[in-house]
Design a protein around this ligand. Structure first.
Ligand SMILES: *[C@@H]1O[C@H](CO)[C@@H](O)[C@H](O)[C@H]1NC(C)=O
Ligand SMILES: *[C@@H]1O[C@H](CO)[C@@H](O)[C@H](O)[C@H]1NC(C)=O
Length: 209
């Protein structure tokens, strides 16, 4: 009986250790100091403060889809801390096209409006949901996902947290059609004509993301 309890405890400890290891290996590498400071910077409260989102409060009605990021690039104090954030503003009817974040999962909190969200797993199964304000949705690390504000008259605002200081964004339309991949290769890949590929390429304004 006692050995059974012991075995059970060992199993629980083993599972816990395994899940801790998985958590540890699912984030940015651990740093060996409390925080990292760039050379020639003496950290004070300001170093740990990001003010780049003040212009979003109060929220003006957005005129297009717009992302404002606080990642390692904009906020160097995040380097080594395995977290970052973004504010996503959706004008009525706007979309954040299919994309992935290769280095992080994304936890989205919808603060205002409604959003249709979804991701596709590696078996090509689609998971979708219509969110209302107050809801959260998790986009697993590396999977293709999107958000769409289907409301034709009202905007939406969401906050997203990422499990990496530098989650990275791979936008499918941009990556495929705005990077000079040969149109013949794309036509073969998408089983269509070169002229259709040219139409798709022309339709994409070069994006900064
Ligand atoms: C996006 O938001 C930033 C503020 O974070 C603002 O400066 C910029 O003009 C906005 N762009 C659009 C297209 O609304
Ligand atoms: C769009 O938003 C408005 C204002 O929030 C709301 O009254 C309306 O029901 C929404 N329409 C749809 C189709 O969800």
């Amino acid at each position: 009986m006692a050995s059974l309890v012991l075995k059970h405890r060992f199993f629980v400890a083993f599972v816990l250790a395994l899940s801790v290891f998985q958590m540890a290996s699912a984030s940015d590498p651990d740093i060996l100091t409390d925080f990292l400071v760039p050379q020639n910077v003496t950290p004070d409260g300001n170093f740990f403060t990001f003010t780049g989102m003040r212009s979003l409060i109060p929220v003006d009605t957005p005129t297009a889809f717009n992302v404002t990021k606080a990642s390692a690039a904009e906020f160097p104090a995040l380097i080594g801390q395995s977290v970052s954030m973004a504010v996503l503003e959706f004008s009525a009817g706007s979309v954040n096209p299919p994309h992935t974040h290769p280095r992080a999962s994304e936890l989205l909190f919808l603060a205002y409006g409604s959003l249709e969200v979804g991701f596709v797993d590696t078996t090509n199964k689609l998971f979708t949901q219509t969110l209302q304000a107050g809801d959260m949705f998790i986009f697993p690390k590396g999977l293709v996902h999107f958000q769409y504000n289907a409301n034709a008259s009202d905007y939406a605002v969401a906050l997203s947290g990422f499990g990496s200081a530098s989650a990275g964004t791979v936008s499918l339309p941009t990556t495929v059609f705005s990077t000079s991949i040969n149109s013949k290769i794309l036509a073969k890949s998408f089983k269509t004509t070169v002229s259709t590929i040219h139409t798709l390429k022309r339709g994409l304004i070069p994006s900064k993301a």
